[in-house]
Design a binder for this molecule. Structure first.
Ligand code: NAD
Ligand code: ZN
Ligand code: ZN
Length: 355
């Protein structure tokens, strides 16, 4: 019904090699199966996870791209629905996440909290074709509804960056009035984490590099900014500010150095939340003596459930969290990825996909 047969997509050439790059190609528009919807993608965020996957950073951990098209922060409009789909109709707005679908039936899907651990899940831009293309088929059950008050360009980055930051802050168990440290605060996840943390009543210490990021982090409400390229002893600086250390550290920087330092930024009973995923393989945590004497928690946090996404949307609809966007289009993927890799992309890059 008026849908084109072909579309533009950013196809990853030579994934997993130093030669990787995204090339815009004409590929067929997919047809939704009975339980799927076809979404015309309006905007898609560019997450550092897309770059890790295209570059092949996690190959040694057994995670290599299985599809041609990256992207997992998609927002757009439903243009076709499979015959079993009741939740969406043509014309509704829909968001596509890292978890594109789950089985709905396994232990993790049915225990109420752990759908993200479904062993049969599909992941956008990894095991399911991603959102750097104009038309994507996706689960009519698992796609998110985008509420009024959240634009498509904002919804995209919330689908992964926002919800991951929000869920990780909940995992930190930091309470209102307590200190949270955010290494990577000037990036996609980090700049959203500052805003959720503020809205949740936390006191924020931002860590990132450079003056531009300092200005952004401070504007967004960080009480302190530490420049990791300038400050030699970050844990001592945190102690100076907080007296006993922070109640939580949410690591969104993909850096071994940060993971090494994070336990020493915490006060007793503090929590390190692992979120950023460096290329190198090493263990996050601390020596048993530090773990024991500090009663330390070191936990991981992976993106967020459908419910977490809906909650994250509410913060934006209420005007409390506003993604800072660097806007571009499919042709900018390679350039933005390069900028991200050298830490010169403040906030989130978001790509206009639909014509
Ligand atoms: P990003 O590149 O936008 O942000 C990372 C930030 O870290 C940058 O601003 C960079 O300057 C900063 N940084 C680098 N080294 C630092 C250091 N030593 N100290 C302080 N800051 C430093 O990336 P992003 O899209 O926000 O993603 C961040 C990481 O989180 C990636 O590894 C990504 O794969 C991962 N991620 C994890 C999940 C999850 O579910 N756990 C979800 C999304 C992304
Ligand atoms: Zn992501
Ligand atoms: Zn399942």
């Amino acid at each position: 019904m008026g849908l084109p047969s072909h579309q533009k997509a950013a196809v990853t050439e030579h994934p997993g090699t130093d030669n990787w790059h995204a090339v815009i190609k004409d590929i067929p528009v997919p047809v939704p199966k009975d339980d799927e919807i076809l979404v015309k993608i309006n905007w898609s965020g560019l997450c550092h996870t897309d770059v890790h996957l295209m570059k092949g950073d996690w190959g040694k951990s057994g995670l290599s791209m299985k599809v041609k098209v990256s992207g997992h922060e998609g927002a757009g409009i439903v243009v076709a629905v499979g015959k079993n789909v009741k939740r969406f109709k043509v014309g509704d707005r829909a968001g596509i996440k890292w978890v594109a679908d789950t089985c709905g039936d396994c232990y993790f899907c049915t225990n109420g909290t752990d759908e993200l651990h479904c062993p049969h899940q599909l992941n956008s831009g990894f095991t399911a074709e991603g959102t750097f293309q104009q038309y994507v088929t996706t689960s009519g059950k698992y796609a998110s509804k985008i509420p009024d008050g959240v634009s498509d360009e904002e919804a995209g980055p919330i689908m992964c960056g926002g919800v991951t930051a929000y869920t990780a802050l909940k995992r930190s168990a930091v309470r209102p009035g307590q200190w949270v440290v955010l290494p990577g605060a000037g990036g996609g996840l980090g700049h959203l984490a500052i805003q959720y943390a503020k809205a949740m009543g936390m006191r924020v210490i931002a860590i990132d590099g450079g003056k531009d990021k300092e200005e952004m982090c401070t504007k967004l409400g960080a009480e302190h900014y530490i420049d990791f390229m300038v400050e030699k002893d970050i844990p001592s600086r945190i102690m100076e500010i907080t007296t006993y250390g922070a109640h939580g550290v949410v690591v969104t920087a993909a850096s071994k150095t940060v993971y090494d330092q994070a336990p020493y930024m915490c006060r007793p009973r503090g929590t390190v939340v692992c979120v950023g995923l460096p290329k190198e393989k090493f263990n996050a945590g601390a020596p048993p003596m530090t773990m024991v004497l500090k009663n330390l928690n070191v936990v991981g946090s992976v993106t967020g459930t459908r419910r977490d996404v809906d909650e994250a949307f509410e913060f934006t609809a209420r005007g409390l969290v506003k993604p800072i966007l660097v806007r571009g289009s499919l042709k900018d993927i390679n350039d933005y990825a390069e900028k991200m890799l050298v830490g010169e992309l403040p906030g989130r890059a978001v790509l206009k996909i639909a014509d």
